[in-house]
Design a protein around this ligand. Structure first.
Ligand code: 3PG
Ligand code: MG
Length: 410
């Protein structure tokens, strides 16, 4: 890894190590829906425990807007962490991430013990990258390890601030993410395809603009496809559609034409009156979406044409589900395309990289997680990486790179 310190560069014995992790796991009705982000930080925790460090886990959860919000406490995550760690060394919890209670709890740690501090975003200083808040956090540790590529696009105190104050490096998950994503996507084998879905239309339109320059094929699904359909004069009924972005969609389509990127949009769709009423869903041609219905998944014709196109590709990057996959039967397009991608990957004809909580959850749900080349735990950070942006988290770690020999001597 160029100009970033990794775990092997440090002597951890007896050191208080602040480990920034991403415990922003999906929760539905109080239950963790997908534990991938928890499972994948375990190797770093175990490494540090073995090295006899005092492990201080710090994370955000949700977007509490700088105020204490009990519904966004990290306390319930402790049990989930313990599910993946040896019973003899349970994770402790501090009800605050700064101040006297945090420092007292940290001071009581013995070598090899682990503590999780309460949600960093309960303080406005986290998002504001406030220097005093960063100092408070830094005072709790001797070394800072960032193990969240998935938050590296945020210029927050725990991401960009701490490397300026403590010897810093990346954990095993962060390292794995960088190595895999970099190896496969810096100069991808062509034809290179991107599958982009999900409902966050406005955030992803900029990404799409960048992707049409880099990819040979761009599949657009999920809610965001509706804006593109509208730009083509297709009526999308009651579907989610960002009318103010229709012109942007036209610009993207023109750009795709110029860069010889083929865009695939829905040709048919599964429509229903509402999500909760799946028994009344039907397949319609895309030009026949009823006024009182909404598009909730791609139709079978579209799915077949996507799968056919993907047969010729060598690299695929995927972010965002193609339909309302959490609700059956609107999971069909996402799962069918995922099965095809996974088959091609297993045959070694394709490198497949997927990122973002939704897609990873969909792949897990359909038992296809193992057959992709690489699954990133990152959503937004993955997208920004694809856009070619240098993430502020990585930059801060690079700016504070320290020669190995000096680190060991310190
Ligand atoms: C994510 O889930 O994308 C990361 O945890 C970052 O969260 P954020 O988008 O609220 O900054
Ligand atoms: Mg996000």
């Amino acid at each position: 890894m160029q100009n970033i310190n990794t775990l092997a560069d440090f002597d951890f014995i007896g050191k208080k190590v602040l480990v920034r992790v991403d415990l922003n796991v999906p929760v539905l009705h109080g239950k963790i829906v997908d534990t991938a982000r928890i499972e994948r930080i375990i190797p770093t925790i175990e490494y540090l425990v073995e090295q006899k460090a005092k492990v201080i886990l710090i994370s955000h959860f949700g977007r509490p807007k700088g105020k204490h919000d009990p519904s966004l406490s990290l306390a319930p995550i402790v049990d989930a962490l313990n599910d993946f760690l040896p019973k003899k060394n349970p994770v402790k919890f501090s009800v605050d991430c700064q101040g006297i209670s945090a420092s007292t709890a940290v001071d009581q740690l013995k070598d090899g013990q682990i503590i999780l501090l309460e949600n960093l975003r309960f303080y406005p200083g986290e998002k504001a990258n406030d220097i005093d808040f960063t100092k408070e956090l830094a005072s709790l540790g001797d070394i800072y390890i960032n193990d969240t590529f998935s938050c590296s696009h945020r210029s927050h105190a725990s991401i960009t601030g701490l490397p300026n104050m403590l010897p810093s490096g990346i954990g095993l998950l962060f390292q794995e993410e960088l190595e895999n994503i970099e190896a496969s996507l810096t100069s991808p084998d062509k034809p290179f395809a991107a599958i982009v879905g999900g409902s966050k239309v406005s955030t992803k339109l900029t990404l799409l603009e960048n992707l049409v320059e880099k990819t040979d094929l761009l599949v657009i699904g999920g809610g965001m496809a509706n804006t593109f359909l509208k730009a083509q004069g297709v009526s999308v009924g009651k579907s989610l559609c960002e009318n103010d972005l229709v012109d942007t969609a036209k610009v993207i389509m023109a750009k795709a034409l110029k860069h010889k990127c083929k865009i695939i949009l829905p040709r048919d769709a599964i429509v229903a009156e509402k999500l909760e009423n799946p028994e009344h869903c039907e397949v319609v041609d895309i030009h026949e979406v009823p006024e009182d219905k909404m598009i909730l998944d791609l139709g079978p014709l579209t799915v077949s044409s996507i799968i056919e196109e993907l047969q010729n590709c060598k690299t695929i990057v995927w972010n965002g589900p193609l339909g309302a996959f959490e609700f059956r039967p609107f999971n069909v397009a996402t799962e069918s395309v995922a099965r095809a991608v996974s088959g091609l990957t297993r045959k070694n004809v394709l490198i497949s990289i997927a990122g973002g909580g939704d897609v990873v959850a969909a792949l897990k749900h359909s038992g296809l997680r193992e057959s992709f080349t690489y699954l990133s735990t990152a959503g937004g950070a993955f997208l920004e990486w694809l856009e070619g942006k240098v993430s502020p988290g990585i930059k801060s770690l690079q700016d504070n790179y320290t020669d190995k020999e000096k680190l060991k001597a310190s």
